[in-house]
Ligand binder design. Structure first.
Ligand code: SAM
Length: 450
């Protein structure tokens, strides 16, 4: 068997990323673009001793769950990997990803709830970041990176972002071409424009951030863009002079309009700065928070920590139902947003602390008896030292929110070894059309250790 060869494969199941699984000549095949119970012709793209990766090139027997992709870039763009399945199957793939990963880690929750599915499959993303590049005709383009490469796939629209965002993106591309602005070249590390980020809110207002290698002065850009798109309420430059493939730099320079974008979540008002985190799917974010609050089973006399709290969105929602909440967050801009959000919503029983959770929780450990901790870390999961202190504090209940079930399972295993028991797990479809899935897990401290 060789890379590039084509085989006929019968698909027997799905893997964690929604790829079809097949077996042939003692090898397990992971087949991109193939559905369970289909027979496909697939080309080998990568070969290992016991397994191989392949890409569907023709479907010989089609599943009734196959759906035509609405995206013209689905063959090359690495953004969405579940455009070819119906939504019912997409939900099953995500539920399976959660239950299989838990089972592999030997975690047995008392209950795994059904996935909280999304009413909206397309146009849901409230943030999009696209790198600039050049096409074969040497014209400026922007797009997503091709699967497993650093090659940009030029796009004019993205199905999972609102159409207003695609219109602004097209306008910016035209502007860059007409003004003959240079784009950053990774090889030579020269050129001005690196990427564009657009955030939008529930009212379809937008914040535009141009990522540049060096300071760029052009008063005409903001005027021109906002005259054509009055919903663009805020424009920033993000300065990234480093020769790195990390997209965003540390410094933001305000160019036009408001310095924050306004968002409404569960009847609370929020301001968000360009550097602050916000869940990417507004309606699913509300479902996620409601489920976290249900699993928390709060009472009015309880003290709570919301670790990795961002702009304080869960913190303030929790505060309505308990005695006091500490929110801990490392990004300074996000903590400033959180404090403004606290004031704007007139909520008093909250304190936001800026710093790494693993350090700040140590200080709370010395002065407070905490009844519940909610944590929602980035994809890499929690810091080990942070988990050690959570266990030392013998906090009776934990609600762990995660966008990466693999790292969540690693952390949950540690909590189980330290006397916690897993109660409920709820998967949430935060990222329709992709195989990513959010989840919430509730844990309690076993009674003999309290
Ligand atoms: C997945 S986001 C969750 C934010 C918030 N809970 C929400 O729902 O919007 C993770 C957050 O953790 C923050 N963060 C990352 N590492 C951290 C650390 N070591 N200590 C504190 N916060 C951290 C990030 O800046 C980000 O705001």
């Amino acid at each position: 068997m060789k890379i590039g060869e084509v085989y006929q494969l019968s698909i027997i199941d799905y893997d964690m990323n929604g790829r079809g699984i097949s077996k042939l000549e003692g090898l397990i095949f992971f087949v991109e673009g193939a559905l369970k119970e289909e027979i496909v012709l697939a080309q080998v793209t990568n070969l290992h001793k016991k397994y191989a990766f392949a890409k569907t090139i023709r479907v010989l027997r089609e599943s009734p769950h196959r759906k035509e992709s609405l995206c013209p870039y689905s063959q090359s763009c690495g953004g969405c990997d579940l455009l070819h399945v119906d939504y019912e199957t997409e939900c099953l793939i995500k539920e399976k990803k959660i239950s299989d990963t838990l089972a592999k880690a030997r975690i047995v929750p008392r209950k795994i709830n059904p996935l909280l599915s999304s009413g909206q499959e397309y146009g849901y993303r409230n943030k999009i970041i696209l790198p600039f590049g050049k096409n074969e005709q040497n014209e400026v383009v922007f797009g997503f990176y091709q699967k497993a490469t650093h090659q940009i796939v030029s796009i004019d629209e993205c199905q999972i972002a609102p159409k207003e965002v695609s219109e602004v993106l097209s306008f910016i591309k035209k502007y860059v071409r007409v003004m003959n602005l240079s784009v950053y070249d990774e090889q030579t590390q020269q050129g001005l424009l690196r990427a564009v980020m657009i955030r939008n809110n529930f009212q379809k207002e937008m914040m535009v951030v141009l990522v540049v290698r060096k300071i760029w002065k052009d008063s005409f850009f903001a005027e021109h863009l906002t005259r054509n798109f009055p919903l663009v309420k805020s424009i920033f430059l993000n300065l990234n002079p480093d020769s790195t493939n990390v997209v965003l730099g540390k410094e933001y320079l305000h160019l036009y309009g408001a310095k924050t974008l306004h968002e409404k979540i569960l009847d609370l008002d929020f301001e968000v700065s360009p550097a602050s985190f916000l869940q990417v799917n507004h309606s699913q974010c509300e479902k996620l928070y409601q489920e976290a609050i249900r699993l928390a089973e709060l009472s009015s006399d309880q003290k709570v920590i919301d670790a990795y709290c961002g702009i304080g969105s869960i913190t303030l929602a929790l505060a309505k139902k308990c005695r006091f909440v500490y929110g801990i967050e490392i990004v300074e801009e996000a903590v400033l947003n959180a404090k403004t959000n606290q004031q704007n919503n007139q909520i008093e029983n909250v304190q936001f602390i800026c710093g790494p959770c693993e350090e700040q929780i140590q200080k709370l450990n010395q002065k407070e008896k905490i009844d519940l901790i909610v944590f929602d870390p980035p994809r890499k999961g929690c810091d080990q030292h942070f988990l050690e202190i959570v266990c030392q504090m013998k906090i009776p209940k934990i609600v762990y929110i995660s966008c990466n079930i693999a790292t969540a399972c690693r952390d949950i295993q540690y909590l189980i070894q330290n006397s916690y028991e897993v109660m409920e797990v709820t998967p949430v479809d935060m990222f329709p059309k992709t195989s990513h899935v959010e989840s919430i897990c509730s844990l309690v401290l076993r009674t003999e250790t309290k």
